[in-house]
Design a protein around this ligand. Structure first.
Ligand code: FAD
Length: 309
């Protein structure tokens, strides 16, 4: 680590204090390992004292400063007792933390906010919070506040919508998504390698009149991360019961849209040492179909071919 240009460490969470040459500092596992020749000050957000995890009837608020270790421990904690039976999607928390293949030290210092703001395709906190429709609360200078789904905040490999000086305060995960039935799939090229493909599917519970199909299930949402430069979400309305062919068509369309639109003409499939784009693409289609079969088949009563439509 070489941060020889840094002269000040300032404990603050006020975006009004941000100026050119500053960086928000959370766990520091990226800032201290990548180094910098331009940074002048580090604005330390860990001094804020924000409660890491706050469970309410509306859902779970995850502070940007919540560490990966705290998120991992949540399911077994006293704070989770009132919601453990209701929030079936808590099952995703530990696999997503485990997908963060890192040492004990990294787990205990790196934060959910730092992971989202770094915006690596293999950011497992992005996978988790995007898949559960997490909404980021962002603070800007002059008391500005804005909210944006994590799936839209991350726009590419180490790219996001945060303007210079904007601070990620927290991510709110709605109760509806936390009560969903979920399926998780992850692949990497080696046993302890970084994620090359990470897919999460969920079927929401009934949330009220008009929000569910005849089978009583809600929306089916499939979120693709790690394989793609940014999160890609497919949404099938309540009762849609997508077939394998529907799923393939939706993935084809998302890949075509991404290439023409948000990815700026680039292929949506990520390319680095952790996986060739063609492999990532093929595995995404394969794992997406596994998830579709797992989540749709019980709604059909039997079979995995998509059933009645
Ligand atoms: C051994 C090792 C393994 C790793 N494995 C993975 C992996 O599998 N997947 C992966 O995605 N990453 C991985 N990383 C990278 C990194 O550890 C994680 O992305 C981590 O979650 C970053 O969090 P942090 O709190 O340490 O961020 P920091 O280093 O403190 O900050 C990272 C960036 O985010 C900005 N930032 C931090 N908090 C905020 C905020 N609240 N608002 C606005 N901006 C903010 C900082 O200014 C900086 O630009 C790994 C790193 C190491 C050293």
């Amino acid at each position: 680590m070489d941060l020889s240009t840094v002269t000040d460490l300032v404990p603050t969470t006020d975006p009004a204090e941000w100026r050119e040459g500053d960086a928000w500092l959370a766990g520091g596992t990226v800032l201290f390992s990548y180094g910098s020749q331009t940074l002048r000050r580090l604005l330390d957000v860990t001094s804020a004292g924000w409660p890491s995890l706050t469970a309410t009837e509306d859902g779970l608020e995850i502070a940007a400063t919540c560490t990966v270790a705290e998120l991992y421990a949540f399911e077994g904690s006293a704070a989770a007792v009132p919601v453990r039976g209701r929030w079936s999607a808590l099952d995703l928390f530990r696999p997503c933390c485990d997908a963060f293949v890192a040492s004990f030290k990294i787990w205990n210092t790196s934060t959910v906010g730092g992971n989202v703001c770094t915006s690596l395709p293999a950011g497992p906190m992005i996978s988790l919070t995007a898949a559960l429709d997490g909404v980021a609360e962002v603070w800007g200078p002059g008391g500005a506040r804005r909210a944006q789904p994590v799936a839209e905040l991350v726009t590419g490999d180490m790219r996001n919508t945060l303007a210079p000086g904007e601070l990620l305060r927290s991510i709110r995960v709605p109760d509806r998504a936390l009560r969903s039935r979920t399926a998780f799939r992850r692949l990497s090229l080696s046993n302890l390698g970084r994620s090359g493909v990470l897919l999460i599917g969920r079927v929401d519970p009934p949330t009220g009149e008009g929000s569910t199909g005849p089978d009583g299930a809600g929306e089916l949402v499939l979120t693709v991360t790690a394989a793609t430069r940014r999160p890609v979400q497919l949404r099938f309305p309540p009762g849609a019961h997508p077939s394998a062919a529907d799923l393939t068509a939706a993935l084809d369309a998302a890949a075509a849209d991404g290439a023409d639109g948000a990815a700026g003409g680039e292929s949506i499939w990520h390319d680095d040492v952790h996986g060739h784009p063609a492999w990532r693409r093929d595995m995404t289609y394969r794992l997406a179909e596994e998830i579709r079969a797992e989540l749709v088949a019980p709604l059909d009563g039997a079979g995995t071919d998509g059933g009645p439509r």
